[in-house]
Design a protein around this ligand. Structure first.
Ligand code: KIV
Ligand code: ZN
Length: 523
């Protein structure tokens, strides 16, 4: 039996981060990249360096810090983009990849680029050659490839491979493709370009989920000759998102009978942890019924199913939940656990924290341990992620007092502290009424911080089990300039978690370096 390796190219930090409101700061991106390395993806597309200083810094830092996967930076077929991407990925040395793209479809050529086919080929070849002058590993993407005339697409592939591209990625940019048809297109390219058949160059696919077919299209492409799949954790990405990494990996593994001989190097036991981290860092909740990583993915409610599972698990379960990282928690910690135990558990959970960070987490751990009997791994993870998502605090919460009930006007009294900024620490206090306790709290914070946020989304979830579970609040806030800022906060008290989350959004907004997500240009 042939044994063919499928390269898993993760673009959570580039295409995934293009999702509105999903932007992450440098620390958050680095943490996700560390987890992607533990997940053992082959390639991490860390960003689009020309778009902002923040994106450049993120790609460069990830290229310097992360060992194992290839680190890719995206660039248009424009010299300045390519030079910037080259500088950003340079610290990865031999593991550096430059990914250049240019649209090839008729509609993009005529309406977006106003360029003839010959011009597109010339620019693509020049882009690949320039990238090759920096690195050996060059990927080219004909944007909107699935809607490009197949004969022209063949010419583009031949030209860029001859110019030195080692991977040619066929994007289904607008999620238009249908599995049979997309598979046939990939086969046509595979048959037409000798380097794809000899393995000198790799065909990749990059599918969007506008028709809910991204994973199906990617799998059809694998059977037709593709050997790299581009995907994101939780399927996050532009519009309806990208092909979901966890679904692809588990489809290849679970249906090895069908995808005979195809293997990827991803460690499936890291899937749930990766999903949770990306969800928290991006502020994008995972729907309960999401395959593999949703809360309900392995929950059986019907009596017939439960009965079958008890008799033989495989009657209704095609995968073992533990194989993807569900239910592998250790004994919970308690308020009696010491700093060393907390530090050890943080390390075990995969967090790399400085002593000061461990101390800050330990202080909150003690506060929570006083209120709750057991502190579970999920609680500790929420505290650690709270710390990671913290931005330099212009304002921090000192105390909060709320009165609320069915026959009183909800009122919040809040004291905030201005933290640092080279000035003496100052405390300010104010009170506000609101439609409910959360509304009163947010209004009081607005008054004290002199900001005016419009709450676009508010989500509360229990981090762990039990009535005393930590509540984690994610807020999406528009501060008036159209920029959506995501805030997060966790506490055993959901009102306090709301205040922490909103304050986190305020601090992100106020901190000039808080956002390092890409601005223009976007692919
Ligand atoms: O969807 C797309 O076409 C892209 C390319 C830049 C690969 O993201
Ligand atoms: Zn894309």
């Amino acid at each position: 039996m042939k044994n063919e390796r499928i390269v898993i190219f993760d673009t959570t930090l580039r295409d995934g981060e293009q999702c509105p409101g999903a932007s992450m700061n440098l620390r958050e991106k680095l943490e996700v990249a560390r987890q992607l390395a533990r997940l053992k993806v082959d390639v991490i597309e860390a960003g689009f360096p020309i778009t902002s200083e923040g994106d450049f810094a993120a790609v460069q830092t990830i290229a310097r810090e992360i060992k194992g996967p290839v680190i890719a930076g995206l660039a248009r077929c424009v010299p300045a983009d390519i030079d910037r991407a080259a500088a950003a990925v340079k610290p990865a040395g031999k593991r550096a990849r430059i990914h250049v793209f240019l649209a090839t479809s008729k509609i993009h050529r005529e309406f977006k680029l106003n360029k003839a086919q010959s011009e597109i080929i010339r620019l693509s070849v020049e882009g690949v050659k320039r990238a090759r002058s920096y690195v050996r590993d060059v990927e080219f993407s004909p944007e909107d490839g699935s809607r490009t005339e197949p004969e022209f697409l063949v010419q583009v592939c031949q030209a860029v491979v001859a110019a030195g591209a080692t991977t040619v990625n066929i994007p289904d940019t607008v999620g238009w493709a249908i599995p049979d048809q997309f598979g046939a297109l990939i086969k046509q390219l595979h048959d037409a370009v000798p380097e794809f058949r000899s393995g000198k160059a790799v065909i990749s696919v990059h599918c969007h989920d506008d028709l809910g077919l991204a994973v199906a299209n990617s799998l059809a492409a694998v059977r037709a000759g593709a050997r790299q799949i581009e995907c994101t954790v939780n399927g996050i990405g532009e519009r309806a998102g990208n092909a979901s990494l966890e679904e692809l990996v588990m489809a290849l593994r679970t249906r090895g009978d069908w995808f005979r001989g195809f293997q990827c190097g991803v460690n499936p036991r890291e899937i749930v942890r990766s999903s949770r981290l990306v969800s928290r860092m991006s502020g994008l909740a995972v729907q309960r019924n999401k395959a593999i990583v949703g809360e309900n993915a392995f929950a059986h409610s019907s009596g017939i199913h439960q009965d079958g599972i008890l008799k033989k698990r495989e009657t209704y379960e095609i995968m073992d939940p533990q194989d993807v990282g569900w239910g592998t928690t250790e004994l919970p910690l308690t308020k009696h656990s010491g700093r060393a135990a907390v530090a050890a558990r943080l390390r075990q959970l995969g967090f790399r924290m400085s002593d000061a960070e461990v101390q800050a987490i330990f202080t909150r751990f003690k506060e929570i341990g006083d209120k709750k009997k057991f502190v579970y791994d999920d609680d500790l993870t929420a505290l650690a992620e709270d710390r990671i998502t913290e931005v330099p605090e212009t304002w921090s919460l000192d105390y909060l007092h709320v009165t609320s009930g069915s026959r009183t006007v909800p009122t919040a009294t809040i004291q905030l502290r201005t933290a640092g900024r080279g000035k003496a620490v100052e405390t300010v206090q104010d009170a506000s009424i609101g439609d409910g306790p959360v509304d009163a709290v947010l209004k009081a914070i607005d008054r004290l911080t002199r900001t005016k946020g419009k709450l676009l989304d508010y989500a509360l979830r229990a981090v762990s089990q039990g009535m005393d579970a930590l509540g984690e609040v994610t807020t999406k806030v528009d501060f008036g300039d159209g920029q959506v800022v995501t805030g997060r906060g966790a506490s055993t008290d959901v009102i306090e978690a709301s205040a922490r989350s909103y304050l986190n959004a305020v601090n992100r907004y106020l901190g000039s370096n808080a956002k390092c997500s890409s601005g223009n240009p976007q692919p």
